[in-house]
Design a protein around this ligand. Structure first.
Ligand code: AMP
Length: 561
C-alpha cells in the first residue's frame, strides 16, 4: 500500500492505523480508504464520539471496525468484550463479525456474533471462552444481559450500526436498556443511512461532543453529462459475474473500463470475463507502472476490450476510445461515481454508465441520483431470451453487411443447385442457421433471479452464477492473433473456461493472453497470439479436453469471398 502515495491519495497508513491492520487490509486488496473511512477513522482513533451518515456500500463497517481493532491490547486480554456493535438483523450480525474477523486476523481478534434463532448454548460457550468484540442484535444482547452471560463493564466502544433500521424495527427501548449497562466513559458511535429526528434525538442524548461525518452532503457537480446514458441492474452477489457478462453481451462496448473495489476482485473478474470470451485486462495498484502502461496500450490499440480496474490504478487515465464505464459495485460515494462516469461521453460522443447493485445497495444508488441530480434507470438483467434475440440481431446485421459486399459470386455454385431442389427461402434459412451457429451462439442457460430493492435475505450456498459461454464473433482474427480449430464443442460439454484452462495450464500463455473464443456444436475456435501458435497446438494435442483427445490445428483459411 505504498504505491498510492505516487497518486497523491490518502493511504490507510496516513490514517495512523497499526501495522497489523495495514497488513490485513493489504492482504484483502484494499488500495485506499473510502471517503467515510477517511472522514471517520482519525476521529475515532482520537477517541471522539461520532455520528456518521452512511449507507451500506460506503465502507462504513471498516470505518468503525478498524479503530476498534486498533485499540486491542497486544498481550493477555480479559474474557469480557471491549467493544459492542449493535445491528438490526442476524444477516448483518454475521456480515459485520466476518468483516471484523478479517480485518483483525493478524491481531487474533476474538469476534462473536450473537443473534436470535441460533441456539443460545453455543453463544454461551463462546462468551465464556472470552471475546473481544460482540456483534449483536439488540433483543438477543438483552437476553444475555438478563442472564448475566454478557458482561459489559469493560466495553470501551459501542457502535449502533444502521440505527435507523433498528428504530424502524422497534428496537428503541432495547437499545436504551443496553446503553444503560455500559460504562459512562465509553466511546459511542452511531451510523445511520438517514437522519430522521428520532436519530438526531438518540444522538443528542447518548453522544458527547460528537464529530459528524456525512458522505455526499455537498452536491457534486451535476452528474452524468447529458450524453451519458446511466443504468443500473439489481442483482444478488452470486449472480454478478454472469449478469455482467450478459449486460456486456447486449451492450457490446468497443472499449470499457470495469471498476472493482479490491485487487482480488479485479483479478477474479478479469479471469471470469476472459472465460466468457472477452479480452479483459486487470489494472491495479499492485502492478508496476510499466505493466499498467502496457495494459492501457492494449485497450487503446484495440487488442483488449475491457480493463478491469481499481479506482487507484485508473486515476488520471484518459482513454479516448472508451464507450462504457461499468461499476461492478455501487461506488462508495457519489463523488467517485461522478468521477468515474466522467470518463465517457466526452467531446460530444455518447457514453454509457452501468452499475451493478446488490439489493442492499439500492439506497446508495438513490443517494447518488439525488446528489448528482442525474437519473439512473434501473433495468432488468437480460434474460436468456433477450440474449438469443440479441444474437439473432447480430447475425442479421452480419448478413446485411455481407450482402452489401460484392464478392458473393463464388458461392453461386452452392446456391444454384440447391435452389433447383429447395425453396430459396429454405436455403436461406439453412445458411443463416449455419452462420449463426458458427458465430458461437452459445447461451448460458441459467436464469438470473430478479431481486427486489432493499434489505433482503442473503443469497447463500450457491456458487458463482453463470459459467457463461463465450460469444465473440468476427471473421478475421484480431491483429497479431491466429485462430485455432479445436475439434470439440458444445456437444462435448466444452465451455470457454475449459479451453482457457487447458491453454493456460499446458502452455506458457496466461489466460489473459487467450483471445476470443467461439464454441459451436461440434468444434471451437480460439484465438491465441501468432507467436505462440505452434506451442499451443503442441500442448493441446498432448493433453485432453473434457477427457478426450481432440483435433487441434490452425483454422483453415476461409474460402475466398
Ligand atoms: P460496507 O459499506 O461496510 O458494507 O462495505 C461495502 C464493501 O466495500 C464491502 O464488501 C467491503 O469489503 C468493501 N470495502 C470497504 N472498504 C474498502 C476499501 N477501502 N477498499 C475496497 N473495498 C472496501
Amino acid at each position: 500500500m505504498t504505491d498510492e502515495a505516487e497518486d497523491g491519495g490518502i493511504t490507510f497508513a496516513d490514517l495512523g492505523l497499526r501495522p497489523e491492520l495495514l497488513g490485513a487490509l493489504s492482504g484483502l486488496g484494499y488500495e485506499e480508504p473510502t471517503p467515510i473511512q477517511r472522514g471517520a477513522i482519525p476521529s475515532l482513533l482520537a477517541g471522539r464520539d461520532l455520528l456518521g451518515q452512511a449507507a451500506t456500500g460506503t465502507g462504513k463497517t471498516a470505518a468503525f471496525a478498524l479503530p476498534i481493532l486498533h485499540r486491542l491490547p497486544a498481550g493477555e486480554r480479559g474474557a469480557d468484550p471491549m467493544a459492542l456493535v449493535l445491528v438490526p438483523t442476524r444477516e448483518l450480525a454475521v456480515q459485520v463479525s466476518q468483516a471484523v474477523h478479517r480485518y483483525g486476523r493478524e491481531l487474533d481478534a476474538r469476534v462473536l456474533p450473537i443473534y436470535g434463532g441460533q441456539p443460545i448454548g453455543r453463544q454461551l460457550r463462546s462468551l465464556q471462552a472470552g471475546v473481544d468484540v460482540v456483534v449483536a442484535t439488540p433483543g438477543r444482547a438483552l437476553d444475555h444481559l438478563g442472564r448475566g452471560t454478557l458482561r459489559l463493564q469493560d466495553v470501551q466502544v459501542v457502535v449502533l450500526d444502521e440505527a435507523d433500521e433498528m428504530l424502524d424495527m422497534g428496537f428503541a427501548e432495547d437499545i436504551e436498556a443496553i446503553l444503560q449497562e455500559l460504562p459512562e466513559n465509553r466511546q459511542t458511535v452511531l451510523f445511520s443511512a438517514t437522519m430522521p429526528a428520532r436519530i438526531e434525538g438518540m444522538a443528542s442524548s447518548h453522544l458527547r461532543d460528537a464529530v459528524r461525518v456525512e458522505i455526499a452532503r455537498e452536491p457534486a457537480r451535476p452528474g452524468g453529462a447529458p450524453l451519458v446514458r446511466q443504468s443500473a441492474y439489481l442483482v444478488a452477489r452470486p449472480h454478478k459475474p454472469a449478469a455482467l457478462g450478459r449486460v456486456l453481451d447486449i451492450e457490446a462496448p468497443d472499449a470499457a473500463i470495469v471498476f472493482c473495489r479490491t485487487r482480488e476482485e479485479v483479478d477474479q473478474l478479469a479471469e471470469s470475463l476472459n472465460g466468457r470470451g472477452y479480452r479483459a485486462e486487470a489494472l491495479h495498484g499492485g502492478m508496476s507502472q510499466e505493466q499498467r502502461d502496457r495494459v492501457m496500450g492494449r485497450l487503446r490499440g484495440g487488442t483488449a476490450d475491457l480493463v478491469v480496474a481499481t479506482d487507484v490504478a485508473a486515476r488520471g487515465l484518459d482513454i479516448e476510445q472508451l464507450t462504457h464505464v461499468v461499476n461492478y459495485n455501487v461506488p462508495a460515494d457519489p463523488e467517485s461515481y461522478v468521477h468515474r462516469i466522467g470518463r465517457v461521453g466526452r467531446a460530444g460522443r455518447e457514453g454509457v454508465a452501468i452499475t451493478l447493485a446488490e439489493p442492499r445497495e439500492h439506497r446508495m444508488l438513490k443517494t447518488i441520483e439525488r446528489v448528482t441530480k442525474g437519473r439512473i434507470s434501473v433495468e432488468k438483467v437480460p434474460t436468456t431470451a433477450d440474449l438469443r434475440a440479441r444474437r439473432l440481431d447480430l447475425t442479421r446485421a452480419a448478413l446485411a453487411e455481407s450482402l452489401l459486399e460484392d464478392d458473393l459470386d463464388s458461392f453461386r455454385v452452392v446456391v444454384e443447385p440447391l435452389a433447383d431442389e429447395f425453396d430459396i427461402m429454405e436455403v436461406a434459412l439453412a445458411a443463416v442457421k449455419l452462420a449463426h451457429e458458427a458465430g458461437g451462439a452459445a447461451i448460458d442457460e441459467e436464469e438470473i433471479p430478479e431481486v427486489a430493492p432493499g434489505p433482503t435475505r442473503e443469497a447463500r450456498g450457491r456458487g458463482p452464477g453463470g459459467g457463461g459461454r463465450g460469444e465473440r464473433r468476427g471473421r478475421t482474427p484480431s491483429r497479431g492473433m491466429a485462430r485455432l480449430f479445436i475439434g470439440a464443442g458444445r456437444h462435448a460439454g466444452v465451455r470457454p473456461q475449459d479451453l482457457v484452462g487447458a491453454i493456460a495450464g499446458e502452455s506458457r500463455l496466461s489466460g489473459r493472453e487467450v483471445g476470443s473464443i467461439e464454441i459451436a456444436d461440434r468444434f471451437s475456435l480460439v484465438e491465441v497470439p501468432e507467436s505462440a501458435v505452434q506451442e499451443v497446438i503442441g500442448a493441446l494435442r498432448a493433453t485432453t479436453i473434457k477427457g478426450r483427445k481432440v483435433t487441434v490445428r490452425r483454422e483453415r483459411v476461409a474460402p475466398p469471398r
